[in-house]
Design a protein. Structure first.
Length: 94
């Protein structure tokens, strides 16, 4: 049974639909008594973590890492990633 889920995303700490959909997904997992390890591509501060934890139903069961620290984090039972196309869209400059 999966207890710890790793989620790899672009920027949970930003604003907009991506953040809302990710927080909804995380809350679904937390409601099912899962633990979350979230890997964020963009840098973030402890202040941003404190602010976003207010959006979660069980904030003590979520940990945040920068994606660059992936190999140093706790191992999850399974991982969910944002699609490659979605990540590339954030890199595009028009």
């Amino acid at each position: 049974m999966t207890r710890k889920i790793g989620i790899v995303g672009y920027d949970l700490f930003g604003t907009g639909g991506t953040t809302r959909s990710n927080t909804n997904l995380i809350n679904e997992f937390l409601a099912d008594n899962k633990e979350i390890i979230y890997f964020n591509l963009l840098p973030f501060s402890s202040l941003k973590v404190k602010k976003i934890k207010k959006l979660f139903i069980n904030p003590d069961k979520i940990q945040f890492y920068q994606l660059k620290d992936f190999s140093e984090s706790q191992e999850a039972d399974t991982y969910i990633t944002v699609s490659y196309t979605h990540l590339r869209a954030h890199e595009t400059v028009l």
